[in-house]
Design a protein around this ligand. Structure first.
Ligand code: GLN
Length: 457
């Protein structure tokens, strides 16, 4: 664990915000000792893991990549953190992200950008850019991200790694700093589908501390991956190509790799059918309204009085309201402020039905579209993102809509609550950068994604 040289941005990637080398080494040593003594150990004991700095970890800082939480140490572990510790996995450190997970490039971190290990002038995507960049740079074999609208899948696509967004409610959100609570889900990430499945089994399961946590038993994800990878492992699997997400507006090199993947799926025994999700064209609008509304509510507590950075007004009276104003002005970056303002507006009296209400109706239509598509297909497939990795600054200087539009293929599954995985589909001819292939399954059918993913891999 040569943490100093291989992490901490010394290779220019800047995947980690905080390194936990000493503790990680101590855990690894204790696992070695127990193994030497012939003691029984959990399957992933001793396998190190990186954790997105949105998930709280006792004894290490958690910042959400925001000045608002700079220097804060959580007094408790999140449920997924606790499960990782119980599995005896050394936590290598905390990875960079867009502030409070808001963004698609990791350029909205208050503590510097993360770069794409494939090409340092490119972003790794976001918001879990540090998490997936750490995997791509071989600075961790396993990692945890979070996905509210694509935040593990899009950076997985941009860095040639695997990112999984499980069924909503199947992984505890306790101790995960909330962005948009009806969409947030922790995502296991790795360099292969099987590794992702093994990690998924460690972190899944019901948690009484999360009111949206499901009671359903944890699936056999690794077995599903092994079955998919076996000879003829996709025999009889009906794969639905999403018409609206596999043509217009997608980069030619992305589509070329996607079409090749369809051929590979066929040769592994899958049956390809076409499906339509007519409402996905409204998904970006609905997502950015619902997400911003929930963000404005979840981030209201960071006011310098109850939580977060406290800043006194530079002049005039020190009233509570003015302290809150000065604290929020100093603590939040531009993208966080933009979403708080948008969400507060959308939820104001008189506008609620026009914005939030309409967006919720679109959400229902999207859910119905998926239900219909799953009548004829077992899993759906599309590219994960319309393009390969953005150049630094390409989507963040100027119109924020340019960045939002790139989330078209990932946000619909969060709105529907269904599971979705991105895995590598080769490199685009025009720029030599990784292309992601995304599979989506009905709720509670996460196992199908591991079977399909490993079958294609
Ligand atoms: N890129 C999306 C956004 O900016 C998704 C973020 C996420 O999944 N946390 O909101």
């Amino acid at each position: 664990l040569d943490a100093d040289n291989r992490a901490a941005g010394k290779n220019g990637v800047n995947a980690y915000l905080h390194l936990n080398a000493e503790e990680a080494l101590a855990v690894a040593k204790s696992v070695d000792e127990d193994r030497a003594a012939g003691k029984e150990l959990p399957a992933l004991a001793g396998v190190p893991i990186a954790v997105k700095d949105l998930i709280v970890t006792k004894g290490q800082p958690t910042t959400a990549a925001s000045r608002m939480l700079e220097g804060w140490m959580s007094p408790y572990d999140g449920t997924v953190t606790q499960k990782v510790r119980e599995a005896r996995m050394p936590i290598l450190g905390k990875t960079n992200l867009d502030e409070f997970a808001m963004g698609s490039t990791t350029e909205h971190s208050a503590f510097g950008v993360t770069r794409n290990p494939w090409s340092l002038d490119r972003t790794p995507g976001g918001s879990s850019g540090g998490t997936l960049a750490a995997l791509a740079a071989f600075q961790a074999p396993l990692a945890l991200g979070t996905d509210t609208g694509g935040s593990v899948r899009q950076p997985a696509a941009f860095t040639g790694t695997v990112g999984m967004k499980p069924t909503y409610g199947s992984i505890s959100r306790y101790g995960v700093i909330a962005m948009a609570s009806s969409l947030d889900q922790v995502g296991p990430c790795a360099r292969t589908v099987l590794d992702t499945a093994l990690l998924h089994e460690v972190i899944a399961g019901h948690d009484p501390k999360d009111s949206t946590s499901l009671q359903t038993p944890v699936g056999s994800f690794a077995d599903a991956a092994r079955a998919g990878a076996a000879e003829g492992g996709l025999q009889g699997l009906r794969v639905g190509v999403i018409k609206e997400l596999s043509g217009e507006g997608f980069q030619p090199g992305v589509l070329a790799r996607f079409n090749e993947s369809l051929e590979l799926l066929k040769s592994a025994g899958a049956e390809i059918v076409e499906v339509s999700l007519p409402s996905v064209k409204e998904a970006i609008g609905a997502y950015y309204l619902i997400m911003s509304s929930e963000v404005s509510s979840n981030l209201a507590k960071y006011d310098g009085v109850r939580f977060g950075l406290r800043k006194l007004p530079e002049e005039g009276n020190v009233t509570i309201e003015r302290v809150m104003g000065a604290s929020r002005a100093a603590g939040f970056g531009a993208e966080a402020k933009r979403r708080i303002i948008l969400g507060t507006y959308a939820l104001s009296a008189g506008y609620y039905d026009a914005y939030y209400g309409s967006a919720q109706k679109v959400r229902t239509l999207i859910q119905r579209d998926y239900a219909k598509a799953f009548e004829v297909a077992d899993v759906l497939v599309s590219p994960t993102a319309p393009t390969t990795a953005y150049k630094l600054g390409e989507k963040t200087k100027g119109d924020p809509m340019a960045m939002y539009m790139g989330d078209i293929a990932t946000v619909p599954t969060n709105l529907a609550g269904v599971p979705s995985i991105s895995l590598p589909g080769g490199l685009a001819d025009e720029d030599g950068l990784p292309v992601g292939i995304q599979f989506t399954a009905p709720a509670h059918e996460d196992e199908r994604l591991y079977r399909a993913g490993a079958g294609l891999e």
